[in-house]
Design a protein around this ligand. Structure first.
Ligand SMILES: *[C@@H]1O[C@H](CO)[C@@H](O)[C@H](O)[C@H]1NC(C)=O
Ligand SMILES: *[C@@H]1O[C@H](CO)[C@@H](O)[C@H](O)[C@H]1NC(C)=O
Ligand SMILES: *[C@@H]1O[C@H](CO)[C@@H](O)[C@H](O)[C@H]1NC(C)=O
Ligand SMILES: *[C@@H]1O[C@H](CO)[C@@H](O)[C@H](O)[C@H]1NC(C)=O
Length: 313
C-alpha cells in the first residue's frame, strides 16, 4: 500500500492536536481551570493545611486598644430596633450571671450596630470570634477595637472551604434608619434564597469572598466549647448549623439564629432535636439551648419552657 505523502500526514495531525485545545477554550476556560484545581477534591474544614491558612491569613487578634465606639445617635437607637431587644432578653436570661465565655457572631456587621455580643464582651468580660464578609463593614468592625478575634470571611454553607460570590448591600433610599441597616443585608449569591425583598431599599455590589466552615475557625483557635453562636447571615443559617453539628464534636451551648427565609423546616428541627437541642424561643430568630446544659436548670428557663412547651423540639 502506498504511504500518503508527508504533507498529508501533517494536515491530519494538526487538526487532531488543535481541536481539543479549541474545544476546551470554547467550553469555558474559567470553568476548566476551576475543575482542574479541584480534581483532588475539596479540603476538609479541619485539614491541617486549611487551619494553617486560617491562622496565617484569615484571623485577626482581639484588640488591646480602648474601645472606639460610635457616639452617633443612630447607633444607640439601633438597640431598640428589629429583633435586637427580643434576642437580648433571652441572652440576658441565659447568661447575665456568667462572667467570661466564648461567642461566635456572624455576620458581625460593624461589630456594634445591633450586635448581640458586644454587651457580653463589655459587661461580662467575654471574648469570641466575629465573622464579617463585607470588606467595608469589616474595616469599621476593626475600628471599634472589639476584644474578640475577627475574620473578614464568610461562613461556608458546605462542609469544606469555598469561594463564593458575595452580594454587598448598601443604602439606596435614605430612611431614618442607620446606613448599617441596609449593609446588614449582605449575603452569599444563591438561587435557593430569594433576597429580592431587600431590593427596594438596598443597592448592591459584588465581590468574591473566601468562606470557611465554622469548624475551621474553632480548630485554628483551639476552641473546644462555644457558649453562644449568633447567626444572622441572610439565609444560610440552617446549612451552617447542620454541617457543623453533623461533622464536629465541639459543643455549642446556645445557638441564636435568624430564620428570615424559613429554612428551619421539619427536617432541620428534627436534626436539632436529635443533636440534643430544645427551642427556648422562636420568632424570626430561634433560640436553641442544649438539653443537657446546666442553663436548663435555671428557674427562668424552666418557667419559659413550660410556658412555650418547647419540649416538642
Ligand atoms: C475610630 O473609628 C473611626 C470610625 O468610626 C475611625 O475613623 C477612627 O480612625 C477610629 N479611631 C481609632 C483610634 O482607631
Ligand atoms: C422573589 O420574591 C419576590 C417577592 O418578594 C417575587 O416577586 C419574585 O418572583 C421571587 N423570585 C423568584 C425567582 O422566586
Ligand atoms: C465525635 O465523637 C465520637 C465519639 O467520641 C467519635 O466516634 C467521632 O469520630 C467524633 N467525630 C468527630 C468529627 O470528631
Ligand atoms: C406539650 O405539648 C405536647 C404535645 O405537643 C403535649 O403532649 C404536652 O402535654 C405539652 N406539655 C405541657 C407542659 O404543656
Amino acid at each position: 500500500m502506498a504511504r500518503p505523502p508527508k504533507e498529508l500526514c501533517v494536515l491530519v495531525f494538526i487538526p487532531a492536536v488543535m481541536f481539543p485545545w479549541v474545544f476546551f477554550q470554547q467550553e469555558s476556560s474559567t470553568r476548566w481551570d476551576k475543575v482542574a484545581a479541584r480534581l483532588s477534591g475539596p479540603l476538609a474544614g479541619d485539614d491541617p493545611r486549611v487551619l494553617q491558612v486560617v491562622t496565617d491569613t484569615y484571623l485577626d487578634p482581639p484588640s488591646t486598644l480602648p474601645y472606639n465606639l460610635s457616639t452617633n445617635l443612630r447607633y444607640s437607637t439601633g438597640k431598640d430596633q428589629f429583633t435586637w431587644p427580643w434576642i437580648h432578653h433571652f441572652l440576658q436570661l441565659l447568661f447575665s450571671e456568667q462572667r467570661g465565655g466564648f461567642f461566635v457572631e456572624a455576620g458581625a456587621l460593624d461589630g456594634e450596630y445591633l450586635s448581640n455580643t458586644l454587651w457580653l464582651e463589655q459587661e461580662l468580660g467575654w471574648t469570641g470570634l466575629l465573622i464579617e464578609a463585607d470588606v467595608i463593614n469589616y474595616k469599621a468592625l476593626r475600628d471599634t477595637h472589639r476584644r474578640a478575634w475577627s475574620s473578614n470571611t464568610c461562613l461556608s454553607s458546605e462542609l469544606y472551604p469555598k469561594d463564593t460570590l458575595f452580594v454587598s448591600r448598601f443604602t439606596k433610599i435614605q430612611t431614618n434608619l442607620s446606613p448599617w441597616a441596609a449593609r446588614s443585608h449582605g449575603h452569599e449569591l444563591r438561587d435557593d434564597v430569594n433576597q429580592s425583598k431587600h431590593d427596594i431599599l438596598d443597592d448592591t455590589s459584588y465581590s468574591t469572598v473566601q468562606c470557611l466552615p465554622l469548624v475551621s475557625y474553632l480548630a485554628a483557635l483551639t476552641v473546644s466549647s462555644v457558649d453562644l453562636l449568633s447567626l444572622d447571615i441572610q439565609g444560610t443559617e440552617a446549612f451552617v448549623i447542620r454541617n457543623f453539628l453533623t461533622s464536629s464534636n465541639i459543643t455549642i451551648r446556645v445557638i441564636v439564629a435568624e430564620n428570615e427565609y424559613n429554612q428551619f423546616d421539619d427536617e432541620f428541627m428534627s436534626l436539632m432535636r436529635d443533636k440534643g437541642y430544645v427551642v427556648l424561643a422562636a420568632a424570626i430568630d430561634y433560640v436553641f439551648v442544649r438539653r443537657d446544659d446546666s442553663l436548663m436548670t435555671r428557674p427562668e428557663v424552666q418557667r419559659l419552657l413550660l410556658k412555650t412547651n418547647s419540649s416538642k423540639v
